[in-house]
Ligand binder design. Sequence first.
Ligand code: ATP
Length: 291
Amino acid sequence: MKTIIETDRLTKSYGKSRGIRDLTLQVGEGEIFGFIGPNGAGKSTTIRTLLGLITPTSGTANVLGMDISHRREILARTGYMAAEASFYPGMRVSQLLALSASLRGMDCTAEAKRLCERFELDTQKKVETLSLGNRKKVAIVCAFQHKPDLYILDEPTSGLDPLMQKEFFALLHERHAAGASVFLSSHVLSEIQRHCTRAAIIREGELIAADRVEALTGAGVRRVTLHGVSEAPDLPGVQPITGGADSVSFFYRGALQPLLAALQALPITDMTVTEPELEEIFLHYYEKKEA
Ligand SMILES: Nc1ncnc2c1ncn2[C@@H]1O[C@H](COP(=O)(O)OP(=O)(O)OP(=O)(O)O)[C@@H](O)[C@H]1O
């Protein structure tokens, strides 16, 4: 796999405050790679370090085959959406888009116009008068108008309404189909599950897992809910999730025969067996780590 982003024990501390610690990660060319973590986990710190916007305390990172000290060259070939979507006040949207293109030495007028129409963005408005959702749209056009090789997107959909989120992902997949790579940070796990092939989970500044999304969702792990009983069967591979007076849910990893045999002895009135959601796996990882 040719890598487009590669970090080796990348660490950033803000004085005493933890940022990220010993992050070792590879993202392959052509991937849509998800980066999941709760608020304060270190997603934005990682992204800002990758783009050379802040300097790492230790460790190394390469983006597009260049060391992150080559900030200008990396930014020229990257579409970056910052989580905050805040801009210099006093400019009209059209001026801001033109400025963003000129910083890359490009004329993107035609593509900017197409994108503004697609996202229903009024280019005559002053940026400081825009709602968060509309500022996000400005950020989308800034990141996409020069058709970069790599998209580094920090919580790109927060603040966008569902229709615009759909449009955003349609655009992202078009760019991906045309050969671009994507690093997508989010705390919305269904987004990662739906749109990414591989993903990493970050917690308190440290990477706790990086794998294919199917593997993260636990290959072979089932989510079982039983009705009519209040306790999960006492079997290897069972990890209780919730229990009530008349039902219980648990994860099960292992061969089905021992589970079915154990269930035969129980007064079950109904049951469901499903694949666990990434959200549950995510919480599960956290719980395991806390334990
Ligand atoms: N400029 C800064 N000065 C001091 N500490 C900081 C600074 N920026 C981030 N941190 C700390 O670094 C840690 C990681 O923050 P970061 O913003 O990278 O997390 P995040 O995963 O992007 O969170 P969110 O989803 O809330 O945006 C947090 O503990 C945060 O308080």
